[in-house]
Structure formats: structure tokens, C-alpha cells
Design a protein around this ligand. Structure first.
Ligand code: DC
Length: 214
């Protein structure tokens, strides 16, 4: 499968970079973080306890999540804005740590790739667990200061609070037992701290051209 896996922490620039890599390569783009965010939104809407792995797992199996290039749909409704609030940021890493939730999301992600015959897939565990055979694995990162500044630039807010929220999510995502955030051994590590988006995209596309024979 022609899969480009782009993993990394919040604010590293994954979404912007993955979209542009998708445009440059002609491969479809999938934001797996948006899938976990949709489940988190349904947990919030139904007043479910985010720590209840079985209840949240059932929600993850039952909801209909459709991620398009420019919209995230939960049970047929566009929730692209609702999934990016501070409340969702605060619970998404909690619900994403539950194995029943990850099992359900992973299954959908694999089906999506089969149907699309490849893609640029952005997340936390794509190169390590979901698509270990991806032809290119990128671990995109940046310093905590740069990541916090970028988030404030995108969504506003107080820099100290944003930095604390990112640090909390990094901690939860990288210390969970099921598929923690970490670079796979065969990933290319790209630090976007002092580089433009164009430079980062060009580097990833050139790696792709080197490995793609399809
Ligand atoms: O990329 P993002 O900030 O939209 O992701 C939101 C959360 O979803 C992230 O903090 C952890 C979880 N996530 C995950 O566990 N695995 C993925 N493949 C993608 C996201």
C-alpha cells in the first residue's frame, strides 16, 4: 500500500504538512486525530465518563465518523468546529488511551486505506501500529515553545495555558500502554521548529519519490 504515515505531537505542523504532501503526491489525506476527536465529542454530548473504557469503547464502535478532507462528520453532522474546542482537547487523550476505542479506530483506518488504495495518514501511532508497512514514515516534531506559539497563532488563547495543555496531552499520548506516541525505528525524524512549511513538505515529498515505485 502506498501509505505515507505522518506521526508526531500536537502543534508540530502535521495537518498543514500532511495536506500539502497529499496535494503534491495525489494521495488522499486522512486526519486520524479528527476521528478520536469525534468520539470525544460524542462522549461529551452523551455526558459519558471519559474514563469509562467500556462505555467509551461502545460509543467508538457505534458512532458513524466520516472524515473528509475539509470536514469531520459525526452521525452525518459536520462537527469540524465543535471537535477543536478546549473541552475536547481536555478529554481526547483520555478517551484515546482506551484499547476498545483504539481497536475500533484502527479498524476504520485500515478499511479507509484499503478503499482508497493508499493515502497520507496523520496521527500518533500510524507508522508504529496502524500501518507498520507504510512505504514512508515521518515523525514530525518541533520544540515545545514553537508548538505552543503555533497553536496560539491558530486558535488564540493564553500561551502559558496552551503550553500546559499541550504538555499534558503529550504526556498522556506518550505514556499510554496501548500504542503510545513514539517514532518507529524506521521513521524519518523531521524537526519543523526553524523551517518553513514548504521546506518540510519538499523534504517529505523527496523521500516519497525515492521510495515510491508504484
Ligand atoms: O492530532 P490531534 O491533536 O487532532 O489528535 C487529538 C488526540 O487524538 C491526540 O492528543 C491523541 C489522539 N490520537 C491518537 O491517540 N492516535 C492517533 N492516531 C491520532 C490521534
Amino acid at each position: 500500500m502506498r501509505v505515507i504515515a505522518i506521526d508526531g505531537p500536537a502543534g508540530a505542523g502535521k495537518s498543514t504538512v500532511a495536506r500539502q504532501v497529499s496535494t503534491a503526491t495525489g494521495l488522499r489525506y486522512l486526519d486520524t486525530g479528527a476521528m478520536y476527536r469525534c468520539v470525544a465529542l460524542e462522549v461529551q454530548n452523551t455526558a459519558t465518563d471519559p474514563n469509562d473504557a467500556d462505555a467509551v469503547g461502545k460509543i467508538a464502535r457505534d458512532v458513524k465518523v466520516v472524515i473528509e478532507r475539509d470536514a469531520a462528520k459525526l452521525n452525518g453532522v459536520d462537527v469540524s468546529t465543535e471537535i477543536r474546542t478546549g473541552q475536547i482537547n481536555a478529554i481526547v487523550s483520555i478517551i484515546a488511551a482506551h484499547t476498545p476505542v483504539r481497536d475500533a479506530m484502527r479498524e476504520q483506518q485500515r478499511k479507509w486505506i484499503e478503499a482508497q488504495k493508499g493515502g497520507v495518514v496523520e496521527g500518533r501511532d500510524i507508522g508504529t501500529v496502524v500501518f507498520p508497512d507504510a512505504i514512508l514514515k515521518v515523525f514530525l516534531t518541533a520544540s515545545p515553545e514553537v508548538r505552543a506559539e503555533r497553536r496560539v497563532g491558530q486558535t488564540g488563547g493564553d500561551i502559558t495555558a496552551v503550553a500546559a495543555s499541550i504538555a499534558e496531552r503529550d504526556h498522556l499520548d506518550s505514556t499510554r500502554l496501548d500504542s503510545p506516541l513514539r517514532p518507529s525505528e524506521d521513521s524519518v525524524i523531521v524537526d519543523s521548529s526553524n523551517r518553513t512549511i514548504e521546506e518540510v513538505v519538499a523534504e517529505i515529498v523527496s523521500h516519497f519519490e525515492r521510495v515510491d515505485h508504484g
